[in-house]
Write a protein that binds this ligand. Structure first.
Ligand code: C2E
Ligand code: CA
Ligand code: CA
Ligand code: CA
Length: 273
């Protein structure tokens, strides 16, 4: 039994070492990916109550030459840990602003991770990118998470005011999954809540989720905020959400994230018809 125990420990040590090594290797690869145009923007449509696409959320992908498509849940945390998120986030913003210029009828939502938003230069860099590209800040929404806003309230508040003055809007991502202190909602310059898809998933059958979503709608109405439901996958979910006044939707029911050029071409075609 002792031998077996030692073997297990050794395998454990080795796997820790491989993990550290592969993490290190991956960090280098991600750095190169940024330089070598291996990252690409995907877009997922956001629709209004008429089912019309009014905007899109920008979702980054890593097109790895050997490993294939890598999803952000895997590399964004790595980018956050290593500080690469600053350069990565700036690349995402710049590419988005360029897309905005070619598609003046749509709004674009970009995810901003905590470390990126906390960077003291964030406001200046975004202002510079807006100047460089000439994109219209009124059609740009930044998606932030609740945790970031609560742990860093005063700094976030000032930063958001500066960006709001430029015309930029704010959305609270994954709403309901964080600390859910309602007082900060009232005090921060927020325009929109995005109901996390975990609350949408079991609608309309799950009555406690239904109650939660209806409560979020009441809060949003009181605070005069827009509400987007994430992860809408079925007609039943769509109809239920419409019935409680939630008309802005995003989810597989309307479209999965796809390469930016593909979605934008399809929207242009629809508008031409
Ligand atoms: P998120 O902001 O909550 O984005 C929504 C995620 O839900 C996306 O995953 C999207 O593909 C997925 N999704 C959308 N509709 C449905 C649906 O109907 N059903 C299901 N099951 N899933 C749906 P994705 O693209 O893998 O992104 C994961 C997360 O990575 C995002 O979560 C966001 O937090 C982060 N992320 C993505 N792009 C960026 C970026 O450019 N910068 C930063 N900082 N984070 C990003
Ligand atoms: Ca988001
Ligand atoms: Ca979300
Ligand atoms: Ca998320």
């Amino acid at each position: 039994a002792k031998e077996a125990g030692r073997g297990t420990w050794r395998r454990f040590q080795m796997s820790m070492q491989t993990q550290a090594e592969s993490r290190f290797a991956l960090e280098g690869e991600l750095r190169k990916a940024l330089d070598n145009q291996q990252l690409s923007l995907y877009l997922q449509p956001k629709t209004n109550g008429d089912g019309v696409i009014y905007g899109a959320e920008v979702l980054v992908r890593w097109e790895h030459p050997e490993k294939g498509l890598i999803y952000p849940d895997f590399f964004i945390p790595l980018a956050e840990d290593t500080g690469l998120i600053i350069a990565l986030g700036e690349w995402v913003l710049k590419e988005t602003l360029l897309l905005m210029q070619d598609n003046p009828q749509l709004t674009f939502a970009v995810n901003i991770s905590p470390r990126e938003f906390r960077n003291t230069d964030f406001v200046n860099r975004l202002r510079r990118l807006l100047d460089e590209t000439g994109a219209d800040p009124k059609r740009l929404t930044l998606e932030l998470t609740e945790g970031l806003l609560i742990t860093d309230f005063t700094k976030s508040y000032k930063r958001m005011l500066n960006l709001q003055q430029l015309g930029i809007s704010f959305s609270i991502d994954d709403f309901g999954t964080g600390y859910s202190s309602l007082s900060y909602l009232k005090r921060l310059p927020i325009n929109e809540l995005k109901i996390d898809r975990s609350f949408v998933k079991n609608l309309p059958q799950d009555s406690s989720d239904a109650l939660l979503v209806e409560t979020m709608m009441a809060v949003a109405k009181h605070l005069e905020l827009l509400v987007v439901a994430e992860g809408v996958e079925t007609k039943e979910q769509q109809e239920y959400l419409y019935s409680i006044g939630c008309t802005l939707h995003q989810g597989y029911y309307y479209g999965k994230p796809e390469p930016a050029k593909l979605l934008l071409a399809r929207i242009k075609e629809q508008q031409a018809n």
